[in-house]
Design a protein around this ligand. Structure first.
Ligand SMILES: Nc1ncnc2c1ncn2[C@@H]1O[C@H](COP(=O)(O)OP(=O)(O)OP(=O)(O)OP(=O)(O)OC[C@H]2O[C@@H](n3cnc4c(N)ncnc43)[C@H](O)[C@@H]2O)[C@@H](O)[C@H]1O
Length: 192
């Protein structure tokens, strides 16, 4: 595993100040969630730091990162340029940062859209990206509290916020997030 200080310096070079601060607070939130849910806090912190390393890249650069990697875009991601930075960040983490931990890379790759059946780390990064201390949209505080009651409760709130936000903006919603939300709802109903 890379030394955290070296990683911070390298990640800082990839991002503007606002994005770097978001990545840092996502890493800190991921570390807290990992502690809460008995996961490797160091790995969660590093995944949080790396999750957006391609967020500032041009579309052509994003496509280049993907084309030179084993990662692929699905048919929905191909239609939403704002989603391409996630698989591209996984590709860059692997190639430029030398990360070879497949669980960490998968958490970076799926941090925007999630999917039903996510690992604990992927769930933590999906959540941390949306509830980190730099976010201030309506409903974020309630999602933060839910995330520390249970991972599923946090995921449910974050899916609801994300889907509502995308509907409000009349944009395409990736089906992974809809399927994740339906599955969480089913699990909740089965537990009641
Ligand atoms: N399932 C999906 N299908 C299709 N497109 C998707 C998607 N999930 C995310 N996207 C879009 O993909 C982009 C990247 O998303 P992410 O990968 O989740 O977030 P980001 O890089 O930190 O992006 P940014 O910070 O610029 O985005 P924003 O504040 O608008 O928002 C980032 C996130 O913060 C939350 N959020 C922000 N403002 C909100 C609001 N007013 N209400 C509720 N939730 C809000 C939402 O979860 C939102 O996705 C975003 O533009 C997002 O809209």
């Amino acid at each position: 595993m890379l030394d955290n200080n070296k990683l911070l310096v390298k990640v800082k070079k990839c991002l503007d100040e606002k994005r770097f601060n978001h990545s840092l607070s996502t890493a800190e939130m991921a570390q807290k969630l990992a502690e809460e849910y008995s996961y490797d806090t160091e790995k969660a912190y590093q995944a949080g730091l790396l999750h957006d390393i391609c967020r500032g890249c041009s579309l052509s650069r994003l496509e280049l990162w993907i084309s030179e990697s084993r990662w692929q875009l699905d048919i929905w991601e191909k239609q939403v340029p704002a989603l391409i930075h996630s698989p591209a960040s996984a590709a860059r983490a692997e190639k430029e940062f030398g990360i070879n931990d497949s669980e960490l890379l998968e958490a970076v790759r799926y941090h925007s859209i999630g999917y039903d059946g996510m690992s604990r780390l992927t769930s933590i990064i999906f959540l941390a990206d949306k509830i980190d201390s730099s976010r201030s949209y309506p409903g974020v505080e309630s999602a933060r509290k839910a995330a520390f009651r249970s991972l599923d409760e946090g995921l449910m709130k974050v899916c609801r916020n994300t889907i509502g936000y995308l509907l409000e903006n009349d944009v395409l919603i990736h089906p992974n997030t809809l399927i994740l939300r339906n599955s969480l709802l089913r699990r909740k109903e089965a537990d009641e």
